[in-house]
Design a protein around this ligand. Structure first.
Ligand code: AHR
Length: 522
């Protein structure tokens, strides 16, 4: 018998009448795979639109309740996700950012124009100290991206000293005068962003030389575990898909004077593949764009596999990680908004994209040790959307909340057989996508996505050793493919409880159409 939330029961009654398939899942708890780094659920917050100013930072004097300037409502929502790591200040913005603009008394900081993103006024009210305060409020690791595009090696080296040094240097004294005694807990440092594009339109050869040159002068304390990230390739077209990972891994040999711990990879999902304009709408899209978006999102699997293959050639021991430090859906901007602010609605489709993408990261967790969805607040595939003092959690937020137990879990092999395919036009996907892991509490976690927007699917679950008795967890679904949360209706798409009991040694889970289900199996 399956115990479901009433919404799911209603959907199942209607839809189970239609023909639906049966997918068999077998999980082997005795053959654990790679650890799923908690940072696979990382976030990215750029000085872009309301991504920092307004959506997260309102300033200490604002009427909107805040703690030292950061919105209490947004921080509380993000804390619930246990955001493991935040990348800041960009993105493209990082290569225009001069860190000295963002320290010292706020009223004396220079005002600049954010020429990259909508020509917005950049007050520099959020700088180094504010960012680390946010990371601390969230309990997240800090990933700072340095400016290789318009900075100098000296400026970058000095920022690193300001952040990490102890003792009695002029920069440490400056940091102390600005209110921070101890070094900041910096975990990851990026040397430039998208060097192939907004970061300077460089070739991998040129960038690699710069990385070696600049990286040689970046000296954190000798016992620091800070990880250095090289700007890598991207998934647009075919030219740069693996060229960057291959070149960087082959040509940078880390030693105690040159640190190199990860290559970054960026991939955005557009409904029309690599067509940038028009990209497609965030809501009100046809079923063809539901399908094409999911197909585009799953390109991530091949992109990572290809990058892993070239990295394996030069780094078989997998010392260098792959950080997918920008990913997510990117649609046409919301009508009436500044197109440079990248504002878009977030629907059930985005939650499904998020879940499928996390499954891909789990498959490749031996090499992919960080991923940062773009972006955390009010930009692209955001966790929350704000308007003045109002805030709404998006379907993507709820998907992340459901996958939270996978942070730090150990992946388990899943054998999948049978089941229907969801087919539309020339495209076809297995209806069910599954991922399993051994949670930190020793319990088995299983996540399932039904990508078919019309038909439910029965999933039988068995274990290679032992019989499951019960599965309890949550389901995320809605009546429409583009269902989304608004300020007037903030929980139209929200997680609901879900459970199923076993019969004859296997669990039988009814997975509604266009749904994400995460359960713990006992
Ligand atoms: O996330 C928006 C932008 O997308 C980032 O600034 C850039 O790195 C990428 O091209």
């Amino acid at each position: 018998m399956t115990l479901l939330h009433p919404l799911v029961v209603a959907l199942s009654v209607v839809l189970c009448a239609a023909a639906h398939g049966e997918t068999a899942i077998r999980i082997d708890p005795g053959s654990p795979g790679a650890r799923l780094d908690k940072n696979l659920q990382g976030q990215f917050a750029e000085h872009l639109g309301r991504g920092i100013y307004g959506g997260l930072w309102v300033g200490p004097d604002a009427e909107i309740p805040n703690t030292r300037g950061w919105r209490n409502d947004v921080v509380a929502a993000l804390k619930e996700l246990r955001v493991p790591v935040v990348r800041w200040p960009g993105g493209c913005f990082a290569d225009t950012y001069h860190w000295r603009d963002g320290i010292g008394p706020r009223e004396r900081r220079p005002v600049r124009v954010n020429t990259l993103w909508g020509g917005a006024k950049e007050t520099n009210a959020v700088g180094t100290h504010e960012f680390f305060d946010l990371a601390e409020q969230l309990g997240a690791e800090a990933y700072v991206n340095g400016n290789l595009g318009t900075g100098t090696p000296q400026e970058m080296a000095e920022w690193l000293e300001y952040l990490t040094a102890d003792g009695d240097s002029e920069l440490v004294r400056l940091r102390r005068a600005n209110g921070r005694d101890e070094p900041f807990p910096l975990h990851h440092f990026g040397i430039g962003n998208e060097a192939w594009g907004c970061g300077g339109h460089m070739s991998p050869e040129y960038y690699t030389n710069l990385y070696k040159h600049w990286g040689s002068f970046l000296r954190p304390p000798w016992d620091s575990t800070l990880r250095f990230v090289a700007s890598g390739g991207h998934g647009e077209g075919t030219k740069d898909r693996t060229r960057w990972s291959a070149y960087l891994t082959e040509h940078i040999e880390p030693d105690f004077l040159l640190r190199f711990d990860a290559v970054s990879l960026h991939y955005y999902t557009h409904p029309k593949g690599n067509v940038w304009s028009p990209k497609g709408a965030a809501t009100g899209f046809p079923e063809a764009e539901w399908m094409s978006t999911l197909v585009a999102a799953l390109e991530m699997r091949e992109l990572i596999a290809d990058n892993k293959a070239v990295m394996d050639e030069h780094d078989p021991e997998k010392k260098i990680a792959l950080y997918v430090d920008e990913w997510g859906t990117w649609y046409d901007p919301e009508e009436g908004t500044n197109p440079g602010f990248l504002v878009q609605q977030n629907s059930l489709r985005d939650a499904v994209v998020a879940a499928l993408t996390l499954h891909v990261f789990h498959e490749h967790a031996d090499r992919v040790r960080m991923a940062n969805i773009a972006q955390m607040v009010d930009v692209l595939q955001a966790m929350v959307i704000t308007q003045a003092e109002a805030m709404v959690r998006t379907p993507t937020y709820f998907a992340f909340r459901m996958y939270r137990p996978f942070q730090g879990a150990t992946s388990l092999p899943v054998q999948q057989s049978g089941g229907r395919r969801y087919t539309l036009g020339d495209e076809s996907l297995p209806a069910i996508s599954a991922t399993a892991a051994l949670g930190k509490d020793g319990k088995i976690l299983l996540a399932l996505v039904n990508v078919d927007p019309h038909l439910a699917e029965t999933v039988t679950v068995s274990l290679a050793s032992g019989d499951p008795t019960v599965a309890t967890g949550e389901v995320l679904t809605a009546d429409r493919m583009d269902a989304h949360n608004t300020f007037a209706e903030p929980r139209r798409v929200a997680r609901e409880s879900y459970s199923a009991v076993a019969a004859k040694g296997q669990l039988v889970l009814e997975i509604p159409p266009k749904a994400v289900v995460v359960v713990t199996i006992e």
